[in-house]
Structure formats: C-alpha cells, structure tokens
Design a protein around this ligand. Structure first.
Ligand SMILES: C[S@@+](CC[C@H](N)C(=O)[O-])C[C@H]1O[C@@H](n2cnc3c(N)ncnc32)[C@H](O)[C@@H]1O
Length: 345
C-alpha cells in the first residue's frame, strides 16, 4: 500500500518501510538511532551515471528512467552526510556493506572512518565483461567495503552456506573459497527486461544477507534503485527499510516489491550439506584419541574456536560432535589430575 505522507510516498508492505525520499533527510526523520542490523547499499557513483549509456553504448530502452546522480564536486560532502546517518541508525555490532567504483572510493573510506566505523573486509567483486579498452587494462571489478559499528558482537554465520568440511571436486574447502575476499559473480544478464542502471545481482545480495544477518533482522538500503536489496532481504525473511529519491524508479518497482511473500527465496538458497557420521557408535582406539587431541591443539593454535575445532574434527573422524567433546573432556580431566599428582609430590 503506497500512501502520501508530507509530500513523499511511503510504502508499508508488511514489516517493511520504503520511502520515496532523499535518504539523508529521510533517515533523520524516520529512523531511530541503532535501529537497523545490516546496511547494504550502492550509492550513485558520481561519474555522470545518468549519462553512462553514452560511454557504454548501451540501449537505454531497457534501462529504467529517473536515475538521480550526484555531481562529482559534491561527492565528498554527500558521502559524509549519508554515512553519518548510516552510522547513527546501525546498531552496535551491525554491519554495513557499501558497493563502490574506484573514482570516489577515497571519499567513502574517509567518511566511514570519520564516523568511527571499523573495517572488516575490503572485498573485490569481479564481474565478467568490463568496458572494452585499448590503451589501458579493462576495468572489471567493484569494491565492496564491509565495515562494522563497534560496541557489540557482530553477526557472522561462518557456516551459513557451506559447512567447514564440505569439499569441492579437487578436494578444496568450499567454505574457504566462499569466504575469500575476491568474489567472482556475474552481473545478471536479462535480455529484453527493463532494469535499473547498476542493478546488483541477487546472488551477491543473498550471500551478504546470509552471512551477516538473521531471519527477522532489519536490513536497510539508503539507495534502493530497483529495490534489489529489498527483494533479496524479503526473500530471505528479513525486514527492510529503504529510500529512493527518484519517483519514477520508486513507482516502477514498489508494486512488485509489495507483492513478494516473505521468505520466498529460502527454499532455493545454498545451505550446508547435512553431516555424515559413518563412525558413530564405534569404539575409539587409543591412537585415534591421541591424534584427535593433537589435531585439536593444532587447530586451536591456528586460531580456531573450540566449537570450530570440534566441528572440523567430528567430520574428519566421522563421528558426532558429542563423541568428540567426550574424548577432549576426558583428556582435559586426565591432564588436570596428572597436574595434581605432580603438585602433590
Ligand atoms: C547505484 S543506484 C542503486 C542500484 C541498486 N542497488 C539496484 O540494485 O538497483 C543508486 C540509486 O540511488 C538513487 N539516489 C541518488 N541520490 C539519492 C538520495 N539522496 N537519496 C536516495 N536515493 C538516491 C538513484 O536514483 C539510484 O537509483
């Protein structure tokens, strides 16, 4: 349902809030401090984005009209203003992911740091089919700045998509590959479909949402464009709040977004394979127990938490988590009693 409110359109799809407004004044007006769990956003690039078709030789017939660009001369001030609001509304421990080209990357990084947000990862999103060039390298990446608001523990679901034990065809860890900070994700090719400039791929958005939020969390996008973040977040059962200044863009997508069923993407996203425990119930040999304890110590030295160590070992030994815990617990107790023996002597 779209309502007019103080001269701006406001959409109240169940659990979500979308404002056809400037994100800076809109956030000040509508969003309380510390009220969102995750921000994913893709600000205008300050490179004449409303004219990009001229450079890219694109058929603008299939691009939604109404994209609002920010002049390069105002980019620093603009970045400081919206990132100040983003830092205010993000809860302590909340994460923010900003997609940026390289032209104004420095302005965004300075604004993040000025607002006391802390770097978690600087991700490179590599996409195929960059713009063809002859006298320089082809540009085929964007930056994704992943920062956090300090003050509370941050949500990061280590095994939201691949279990630590899942292997690819060449035996490499799928979890490790998925968590490398260079993401190779194609842009969506939708021949004949009308889309926004710079529409983000669904697979990139679901990846961020799966790792950095829980179902029921509030995800915020300051620059909705074609509402791709909103679509992914609703699809994964999150609530959404967002802003889009352009009325044609807002009107073009809001009806479709309001008709989405919360959680509609959940059945099709990548989740870890169920675990396999072929040795459950078999007796442990003394050698196996000794190896398990040594491997656990190595994992801890490498920085694994107790929980992660147990998970890795339960897969390696084909046994349930409790069986591994029991061996480690017995070893710990026998070490303690050995220490007592020594100290008594
Ligand atoms: C790079 S696009 C976002 C694309 C979006 N992530 C998607 O997948 O479609 C940036 C959007 O920000 C909008 N915009 C520009 N200035 C704005 C402002 N001050 N407040 C809210 N939206 C703004 C533009 O109209 C444009 O749709």
């Amino acid at each position: 349902m779209v309502r007019e409110s103080g001269g701006t359109s406001l959409s109240l799809s169940p659990g979500n809030l979308f404002f056809n407004e400037d994100c800076i004044s809109g956030a000040r007006r509508h969003l309380p401090d510390n009220s969102v769990d995750l921000i994913i956003t893709d600000p205008p690039y300050g490179i004449g984005g409303d004219q990009l078709h001229v450079h890219y030789n694109r058929d603008e017939g299939f691009v939604l009209a109404g994209y609002v660009e920010v002049p390069a001369t105002r980019y620093d001030e603009f970045s400081r203003s919206w990132i100040r609001e983003a830092a205010r509304v993000l809860r302590p421990g909340g994460s923010i992911y900003i997609v940026s080209g390289y032209t104004h990357l420095g302005a965004i990084i300075s604004a993040l740091e000025e607002n006391r947000l802390s770097l978690v990862n600087h991700i490179i999103w590599k996409y195929p089919f960059g713009v063809f060039t002859r006298r320089k390298f082809v540009s085929s990446h964007y930056h994704i700045l992943f920062y956090e608001k300090p003050g509370h523990s941050r949500t990061f679901h280590l095994e939201s998509r691949f279990g630590l034990d899942e292997k690819g065809e060449n035996g490499s860890s799928l979890n490790y590959q998925d968590r490398e900070d260079v993401w190779s994700i194609p842009r969506e090719y939708k021949p004949g479909v009308i889309k926004n400039k710079n529409e983000l791929p669904l697979s990139l958005l679901t990846k961020v949402i799966q790792y950095s939020s829980n179902e029921g969390d509030t995800v915020c996008d300051f620059f909705l464009g074609s509402f791709s973040t909103a679509r992914a977040a609703i699809g994964l059962g999150r609530r959404v709040v967002g802003f889009e200044i352009s009325t044609p863009l807002f009107q073009a997508r809001i009806g479709e977004i309001e008709s989405l069923s919360p959680g509609f993407l959940l059945p099709e996203i990548r989740v870890p394979e169920p675990r396999f425990t072929p040795n459950a119930g078999c007796r442990w040999s003394a050698g196996e127990k000794e190896n398990l304890i040594t491997e656990y110590q190595i994992l801890k030295e490498q920085g694994a938490t107790h929980k992660e160590g147990v998970r890795v070992l339960s897969v390696r030994y084909g046994r349930g988590r409790w069986a591994v815990e029991k061996v480690l617990h017995t070893a710990r107790n026998s070490n303690l009693s050995n220490c007592k023996e020594v100290s008594r002597r």
